[in-house]
Design a protein. Sequence first.
Length: 269
Amino acid sequence: MTPTPGETLASALTGEGDVEVPLRVALPATFPLAATRPRYTVRHLLKTREVAGPTAYLREEHHGPDTSGTSYGSTPEARFTTSLATAAITTVTASLPIPAELTEHPAMLATVIDHRLVVRLCTRENDALLNGSSDGVLTGIRALPGLRRIEEPIDVDRVATETCALVEETGGSCDGIVTHPRLYWELVRLGLLTRLAEAGVRVSRTRMLAADEAIFADFRAAFTLLDTLDSVIGLRRGAGPGGQDLLWASVRLGLAVHLPQHVVIRTVK
C-alpha cells in the first residue's frame, strides 16, 4: 500500500533536525475525507492539466453586449477575439504548529499531517484561486477582468436558476457554483442542492468569499488548473509560536483563464 503524505514525513524523521520531503502529488487532492463526503473545493470544479512549468494557452476575449440573440451572428461568442497567454506557476503554502512531543508518536503525527495540515492547504488554495496569490501570480477568480458582476441583490430561491441562465448567455454551460457555507446550507434547506446536482451543477462551499456572494460559472470551459504535481511537506523544529515545532506543506500550481466572461458573481439577499 502506498504510504500517505503524513506517513512519508513521519518515516523521514531522524534525530532533532528539520525535515523536508518532496512529493510527486498535488497535496490538496489527497485530503482523506474528500473520498467520503461531498465537500468540494474550488479545485474540484476545474479541469486539470499536468504541466512542468509556465504554460501557454488560448484566451478568448468578449466584446459587446452579453445578451444573446436568436442567430449565431447575434450571439456574444460570435464577437469573441482570441490571443495566446501564458499562465505562470506559484507556490501556495500552509503551516500548523504542533507540540514537539508529537514527533515521538509517528502514527499520530501522520494523521495530523494528512487530516489537519492538508485541509489547511486546501483552504489556502481556495483563497489563492478565488482572491489571488500573495505574489500576484494568480489574479483570483473574483477579481478577473471580463467577468460579470451583478450587485443588485436577488432572493436565494431565485439566484441559481436566474444566474445559471445568465452564464449561458455567453455560450457557456453553468457547471459549478462557489458559495459561502451560509448560502450553501440555505440551498440545502430549500431543496435546491439536489436539483442543481441533477442538472450537472456542482456546488463548492468555502469561507473565502463573502456570505452574501455566489460565483456561478462554466468552470471547466473557463479555467484550467495547471498542476505541477510538485508538493513538499516539512517540519521545522522550534519554528512555531512559543517554540513549538512547525509542520508546513506547499503545492505549486497555476491557473489558465480561457473565458472570464463565463463567470457571473451575484449578490444574494
